[in-house]
Design a protein around this ligand. Structure first.
Ligand SMILES: [Zn+2]
Length: 511
């Protein structure tokens, strides 16, 4: 069994008037902790429509903190990637989440956990982000694979190496002298199989850690980054949890299972969950209230955080210029808003995905079939008019080229079948409207003719999809015997970057 990290992370929040805390028996045994929760935040600046942004998150925390100093800002995973900043460098190094850590530091983030996307970046890059962060991390089931086996991730600050603890105990005090201890544990879904990460089983790890903590604290909060279904299972197994503050779904979720509230805010800090835990030590009870706050123009931008945000947006704009983008340039003035919401694009074509497919078709006119993995579109948002080049960049932060190949019909059908099975995840496939599935005949057709096993078809697809890295589509790669020819045309614009292809398409077809 792994050793437990000592309680080196106890952080006390003491009222300004702590020295005058009464010791005359006024302690009423009740104390409130306020958690301001965000999750799945990829943008540091407000989105189109002026919603979200880390500067608003900072303001919201401050508003609650003024009313109750026992207020913590927590991030339930997925913030270092994917991002438009992932393709950019600053001071000679890829940015890879540095902009977010800096904004979170200034915004007063208190506690963060790993989501699956934290492991998108290289181990050395994640290490830099850990070292730069002045907030705390907790990681109960996620560890670093080292030559000595699984070890806690570490953060080096001021020359001192500190392991990321498996739990944190936070001590609260209020004006009448009530003191309470709240334990935080974290669960991350074992989804991203980066070689440097090791997971222990989410549920059994949470149960074990809860059992270990429960007698030394007044409440245990699980901050999670996993599917809602797994959060429900967690709540069913640990009904004594004070709260499950989760992430991963991107649209808001709220459920009470077995008396445990599960809260998830909208991605990109369009909203934040504010949860008040009222701990009654005399009654040995915890009462929780949760409400969703929309981070729109009614919440001001925190000026200090905004300075950091503007610094990075200026760096990004300059970098986009270097790779041929003018981020502020408008590419589409009128039309219906483009639907890039993850839950939609991973289960059906939307007006956004149809336009992207048309853009790929226009960039690769000889291709008969165009294939795109829905996971390459990461905006998880409805893009309002006017659409700027920045919107295209943030819609597809990974960029990447359009690859053309010749493949046998048998392989093509296998890919299309798997694309359907991938409904709901990033490997769901989008394709041009000439491709259809004939339900009656139970067969795939191209321009109404059945796709033939031995016939060869010219396909345009994202180079990521052709790399064998998409979930359940590992067989789609250069080595597959169904691939007859790989075209070497990617170096030319716009095939070199799908985003240029989209911008060009909108230029050719305005509104
Ligand atoms: Zn996630």
């Amino acid at each position: 069994m792994r050793k437990i990290i000592p309680l080196s992370f106890i952080f006390l929040m003491i009222l300004a008037s702590a020295c005058s805390v009464t010791r005359n028996g006024q302690d009423d045994g009740r104390i409130e902790l306020v958690l301001v929760q965000v999750n799945d935040v990829y943008e540091i600046a407000p989105l189109s429509g002026n919603v979200g942004g880390m500067a608003r998150v900072a303001s919201l925390k401050k508003q609650y903190q003024q009313k109750n100093p026992n207020t913590l800002l927590i991030m339930a995973g997925d913030f270092l990637s994917p991002s438009v900043y992932n393709s950019l460098s600053y001071e000679g190094k890829p940015i890879r989440g540095r902009q977010m850590v800096e904004a979170m530091n200034v915004a007063g983030m208190d506690l963060a956990i790993f989501g699956n996307h934290e492991f998108d970046i290289k181990e050395s890059e994640l290490q830099s982000r850990l070292n730069e962060s002045i907030f705390n991390w907790v990681s109960t089931n996620t560890f670093q694979q080292t030559s000595e086996g699984a070890q806690p991730f570490k953060k080096t600050a001021n020359g001192k190496e500190q392991p990321i603890p498996e739990y944190i105990i936070h001590t609260l005090r209020d004006a009448d002298g009530t003191v309470a201890r709240v334990g935080f544990i974290s669960i991350t879904l074992p989804f991203n199989k980066a070689a440097y990460v090791i997971y222990t089983d989410p549920l059994s790890t949470a149960k074990k850690m809860y059992a270990q903590l429960k007698d030394s604290v007044d409440a245990v909060v699980a901050i999670t980054h996993q599917f809602m279904e797994d959060d429900r299972i967690l709540a069913n197994n640990l009904p004594q949890l004070a709260l499950i503050a989760g992430g991963h779904e991107h649209d808001m979720r709220f459920e009470t299972i077995n008396g445990v509230k599960i809260t998830k805010a909208h991605a990109n800090a369009r909203t934040a969950y504010v949860i008040t835990l009222e701990i009654n030590k005399r009654k040995n009870s915890i009462n929780s209230k949760a409400h969703l706050v929309y981070l729109n123009e009614s919440i001001p931008l925190d000026s200090a955080t905004n300075v950091a945000v503007e610094k990075w947006t200026n760096i990004a704009d300059a970098s986009f210029k270097n790779i041929g983008f003018d981020s502020k340039k408008i590419v589409l003035v009128k039309g219906e808003p483009l639907d890039g919401r993850e839950a939609e694009i991973r289960s059906r074509p939307t007006n956004l995905t149809k336009q992207i497919i048309l853009a790929m078709q226009e960039a690769a006119p000889k291709a008969e079939v165009v294939l795109l993995n829905a996971g390459s579109i990461r905006v998880d948002d409805i893009i309002a008019m006017p659409v700027t080049q920045y919107d295209i960049i943030r819609a597809m932060p990974f960029g990447g080229g359009i690859q053309e190949v010749d493949m046998k019909g048998k392989l093509l059908k296998q890919i299309l079948d798997q694309g359907e099975k991938n409904k709901g995840i990033g490997g769901y496939l989008l394709y041009n409207e000439q491709v259809k599935f004939d339900n009656q005949k139970n067969e795939w057709t191209l321009k109404s003719a059945p796709i033939q096993d031995e016939m060869v078809y010219r396909i345009a697809l994202s180079d990521f999809l052709f790399s064998g890295l998409e979930a359940n589509l590992e067989f789609l790669n250069k080595q597959n015997p169904g691939i007859i020819k790989t075209y070497d045309v990617q170096s030319s614009c716009p095939l070199s970057d799908i985003r240029h292809a989209i911008i060009k398409y909108f230029e050719n077809h305005p509104g």
